[in-house]
Design a binder for this molecule. Sequence first.
Ligand SMILES: NC(=O)c1ccc[n+]([C@@H]2O[C@H](COP(=O)([O-])OP(=O)(O)OC[C@H]3O[C@@H](n4cnc5c(N)ncnc54)[C@H](O)[C@@H]3O)[C@@H](O)[C@H]2O)c1
Length: 320
Amino acid sequence: MRSFVVGGAGFIGSHLVELLVDRGPVTVFDDLSVGRAAFLELASATGRVRLIEGDARDLDALAPHVADHDVVVHLSANPEARRGLVDTRLDLEQGTIATYNALEAARRAGVGKFVFASSGTVYGESEDACAEEDLGRLPISLYGASKLAGEAMVSAFAHCFDSCATIVRFGNVVGPRGTHGAALDFLRKLRDDPHELEVLGDGEQAKPYVHVTDCAAGILFALDHTTPPLEVFNLAPSDTTSVRQIAETCIRLSPYPDAVIRYTGGERGWRGDVARSKMRSDKLRERGFSLRHSSDEAMKRAVDELVAEVFPPRRRKGGG
Ligand SMILES: NC(=O)c1ccc[n+]([C@@H]2O[C@H](COP(=O)([O-])OP(=O)(O)OC[C@H]3O[C@@H](n4cnc5c(N)ncnc54)[C@H](O)[C@@H]3O)[C@@H](O)[C@H]2O)c1
């Protein structure tokens, strides 16, 4: 299987590429705005990874490289949902237009399979655990809106041009090489101020967290189990982890266990932040896929892994 991964040098992409190289050559197309060539070191050691630096917002830059692949996996996006509050075009360009470009490039090249990284944010805010068919509530962030628009376009392309599309809606993904998210934010803040950790909101926000190794394995499983023209899969554990738990875990596992937490208050971290969400991934489970980590386990493991990245040994207490 020859894979083409847009945004493949990022957090989830670099873990996915490590699995894809077992199946054949992988082309990574990434503008390295967030991702890094170094994230692909392990996969590149196989000699099966080719990295092309380019911007997915530019169809002419993207399209010529897509020929001769069997699947396009589209992962690039605005990395921080809250940035949509200050730049309202960002999710349109980085989300909706880049997704159109990836679909159109795949169509022109006659690539039969397409995978789209979507998100639980498409469900908006709901008290109930959402299954794939529940879209009663619409997104409340521009990021979520661009994911929903992307899903609609993926569906349209699959139905109009006889391709086979897999949409995977992730919960919050955590783990090594993380490029954003609450745990990484907290650890960086602790590095800057070892005494006090500022936490946005009241700490009661609670969401499902997926370990990145489960996420990468789930994407491949979903790809292998998609019936044409299109299938949608949730990929998240059924439990949730609160922001308070994350903050406390970060402090406990950091070199600064005596730091105190200061909550800014309010039920959500920022406008558009879904304060509480739950997802049901029964569909993937019924097909035979199981996540190896619950949300709490994924978060605990990820904080451990991120502590090692944010506080390399020489910066740890007593490390000299
Ligand atoms: N991390 C999560 O918690 C999470 C949750 C749900 C959905 N997702 C989705 O999964 C996908 C991957 O997320 P991630 O966490 O690995 O993010 P990431 O930012 O680490 O990876 C995205 C990659 O895309 C690249 N990129 C960004 N804009 C680009 C452009 N215009 N052209 C080419 N490359 C570009 C970046 O350099 C980066 O390497 C995204 O679509 C994201 O919205 C992530």
